[in-house]
Design a protein around this ligand. Structure first.
Ligand code: HEM
Length: 491
């Protein structure tokens, strides 16, 4: 048969439509970055086997929950629901087929062109007519009501759109090109039409070149995320292995009462955290650790590493106390394999170090005693530091971290880590050790920290007059299971 050009173009058009209707084209390359040093996703085979044994349905869980900090391009689109009836009907007919589940993310062949996920705030669930109580007080009140608890200096630095109570939900769109992300967003927007309004958008992307996987201060990020039992049953040495219910609602060890439809969903915390990189660098060079044999720059690098608890490569100071060890940082079987084995001892890693504050390991006893695990999926946003900013030691263009975390309980998860550990100078391990010097917050007032930051002079007080991380606000969301998108949320 001779195919006329009109017929050919109709065929192409029909195929295009089929792609649009049935989801998206498949990719042969991964949409995830895979820097050495970060834990890899389990193989599809291993994850399916673990899930089958645990009775977990990976196709019902949204994909972003499990991928961790490995996205190349990710755009967050915060929206308001304008017409709930139309929104619900489009959610079921047009958006649900686009939603990427956890199983799809496990192999290149099953990954979509763009990961599309959706999550709702409490006001969003209310707008959809949901009256069930998800039983998390932080989620219910929203992040704005939590600003004081989190140590923010009020909401003066908040992105205005996070303060108006109009954010009902967020679309997460991630891919290996911004073009794919934009095309996917155009699909979503066309499908929802005037039933929703885009309130605020944050475009985020991994840093370039050898900084891929590193946050803006320069440290490899995403190394230590817990492995979820029933998804990844082969944790790396030192990696926490947590019951499904620590991350997913209604699963093993989730002790709260939840509506049945919320099972296998997860609370999604979003925070836009601006990072003052030139100011942070200047602080380090002005306050180096003075140790014989170290240059001023090496002393500054040591202070930075002790503030985080890891070197830029990811090597932990506990295992590599005086200098970075890039081979260790790149080795995911070794770079998380430590505990703070001698509680009350901070010679190797300061008590106030960011990673010790957030996961005190043996300071708490067995890892099973830690009920404050979160699954981070953050990604940097904003451009690299310019030469002018570096020369003036002053930030003029906003950059930072689109901080995201999943957990089954925001109060004992994200909120607890920020409020009770990072912002608390009387950290339970040892009193009077000070704030987390990087992310701890004191309502904008000066923070102090000693916490053995200086190994030579453990009581040396570092007074941090200005924050290096500025909260620009955010919101608390619920990432529902696909089954709820198909039913409760769309009918
Ligand atoms: C701009 C702000 C932040 C920066 C620059 C930052 C940076 C880092 C870095 C470099 C690591 C080490 C790499 C890794 O283990 O993945 C880390 C670990 C971690 N961070 Fe942050 N972080 C920030 C905000 C937060 C916030 C807001 C929280 C929670 C409330 C948090 C919780 C954690 C946890 C739980 C770990 C892993 C600790 C471990 O298991 O050893 N971070 N962060």
């Amino acid at each position: 048969m001779k195919i006329t050009s009109t017929f050919a173009s109709l065929l192409v058009c029909a195929l295009g439509l089929a792609t649009a209707v049935h989801g998206q084209q498949k990719k042969t390359t991964s949409i995830l970055i895979n820097p050495p040093g970060l834990p890899k996703l389990p193989t599809a085979e291993a994850a399916k086997e673990a899930a089958a044994a645990a009775g977990l349905n990976l196709t019902n869980i949204q994909g972003d929950i499990v991928v961790g900090m490995s996205k190349l391009f990710e755009t967050f689109v915060f929206f308001s629901i304008a017409d709930a009836t139309t929104f619900k009907s489009k959610l079921r007919s047009d958006i649900l087929p686009l939603i990427t589940n956890a199983e799809q993310m496990l192999a290149n062949e099953t990954q979509p062109d763009t990961l599309v996920n959706i999550a709702f705030s409490q006001t969003g669930l209310t707008a959809l007519g949901i009256t069930d109580n998800l039983n998390d007080t932080a989620f219910q009140s929203g992040q704005l009501a939590n600003a004081q608890t989190l140590g923010d200096p009020g909401t003066t630095n908040w992105v205005p759109q996070f303060t108006t109570g109009t954010i009902h939900g967020v679309f997460l769109l991630a891919s290996d090109t911004q073009t794919s992300v934009n095309a996917s967003l155009a699909n979503v927007a066309a499908a929802l039409g005037t039933s929703f309004t885009q309130v605020y958008t944050l475009v985020a992307l991994a840093r370039p070149g050898n900084q891929v996987g590193h946050e803006h201060f320069g440290y490899l990020d995403g190394i230590s995320n817990p492995a979820i039992q029933g998804f990844d049953d082969n944790p790396l040495p030192g990696q926490a292995s947590v019951a499904t219910g620590e991350i997913l609602l209604g699963e093993v060890n989730d002790t709260m009462t939840r509506p049945a439809w919320a099972k296998d969903g997860s609370f999604f915390v979003f925070r836009q955290l601006e990072q003052l990189v030139p100011e942070f660098d200047k602080y380090l060079t002005d306050n180096p650790i003075v140790e014989s044999g170290l240059t001023v720059q090496e002393g500054a690098d040591l202070l930075g590493a002790r503030m985080i608890g890891r070197w830029p490569s990811g090597a932990p100071v506990f295992l590599s106390p005086l200098a970075d060890d890039p081979a260790l940082g790149a080795n995911s079987s070794a770079n998380n394999d430590f505990t703070y084995t001698a509680p009350n001892n901070a010679t190797l890693c300061p008590f106030s170090a960011h990673i010790r504050k957030n996961r005190p390991r043996a300071d708490l006893g067995a890892e099973s005693k830690n009920t404050h695990h979160i699954l981070r999926g953050s990604i940097p946003y904003g451009p690299e530091v310019t030469a002018a900013e570096a020369a003036s030691n002053k930030t003029t263009i906003e950059r930072g971290m689109a901080f995201t975390a999943y957990q089954s309980n925001i109060v004992t998860g994200f909120q607890f880590l920020q409020q009770t550990w990072m912002n608390n100078p009387n950290f339970f391990v040892k009193n009077n050790t000070g704030f987390d010097p990087v992310v701890g917050a004191n309502h904008g007032a000066a923070r102090w920290t000693e916490g053995n930051l200086d190994p030579i002079n453990p009581t040396r007080n570092f007074t941090l007059v200005n924050d290096f991380v500025i909260s620009r606000g955010g919101e608390y969301f619920f990432s529902p299971p696909l089954s709820a998108i198909a039913t409760t949320l769309s009918t």
